[in-house]
Design a protein around this ligand. Sequence first.
Ligand code: PMP
Ligand code: GLU
Length: 393
Amino acid sequence: MDIFNSKMNEVGRSVEPSKTLAVAALAKRLKAEGKDIISLTAGEPDFKTPAHVARAGIDAINEGATRYTAAAGEPELRAAIAKVYSERWHMELKGENVCVSSGAKPLLYYLMSIFLEKDDEVLFPVPYWVSYEAMVNMCNGKAVPVQTTLENGHKLTANALDQACSPKSKILLLNNPTNPTGAVYDSNELLAIAEVARENDLIIISDEIYEDLVYGGKHQSLYNLTPWLPERTIAVSGVSKSFAMTGWRIGYTIAAAEVIKTLASYQSQALSSPCQISQRAALAGMTGDREAIDSMRDAFGERLTYCQERMSRLGLPFVEPRGAFYIFFDTSEICAKRGWADGQEFCTHLLEEKGVALVPGDAFGMPSWARISFAASQEDLANAFDRLEDFLG
Ligand code: PMP
Ligand code: GLU
């Protein structure tokens, strides 16, 4: 063991487990030990993968579609994704503009890996999804978290972005709708941010994994906002959230053909190809009836209305979510009253005393906050809020 430790590089020595996944695993373990735990931790839909999508996966196994595929994904799937986004974004996209991978996560990592030189800066708003900072560090870049305010709905402003830019800034990483706040940017906000990105010559990586989960409005992508954006924007999305397919591990990137070509080469060396069975299932999702997405979104929307009502009764400051399936709230006042240091301690007490598992805000760069995932059954949500009320009361 000493040998390995002494020879491990800085990345190996410093990398930490993803906190969202670690807390979810802890909740699962406690439950398996027989404890009465309600887990509102990892963001994954509690619905089953739609039947026609799952069936395509089963058919793929039966038909022997259990092989390596082209590195960037099967041509049919790339073409189907290109068709969906050509229609959605009113622009011409082809299979050569699409790279499929084993989830959105590896694609974000590969992108950091192919663009970053040592100490190149990647800017992203705080609070941010847990893996952004880690991925930048793992690729020897420099993470530049840009603070937002509750008053501004925790959204990055063009002005804050401009002030944070330096000659070393290379990438803006924007997640819309946002994990962990549920914030959704409108066209004007996006355009102002994009203008600043252009002035500072930044590449924009637009993480739109929650694009189908917007409540009471429509998602605006950064990719098709203006004719010049595709020249500097790379969109990342996938089927994990929209189709309740987190475990199938299929995500995709849409970008200029040169970027996709490099990603495909990188992936051919690092992964070979995404799972063929999962690709066939994703193809059924992309080409089939999208009704299941709408009904899941409506169900999440109803849960959000319920959670918001319960949240406002608790009196903890939070941003009103407009998308995704998270609520991010401030624990500072209650921590000050009880002598707890931060959201981590709040979450530990809540778990130990009431059996409710949440993700502490330090995972998202705001240690005095905490995140609730409402991708859980109505019954679990009702019970969890009863327990929270008790806990705070
Ligand atoms: N981006 C964000 C903001 C996420 O919350 C997640 C979590 N799933 C991902 C990317 C990664 O998605 P996938 O499961 O497709 O890898
Ligand atoms: N993205 C989800 C979350 O934030 C899943 C866990 C992960 O991939 O980090 O909970």
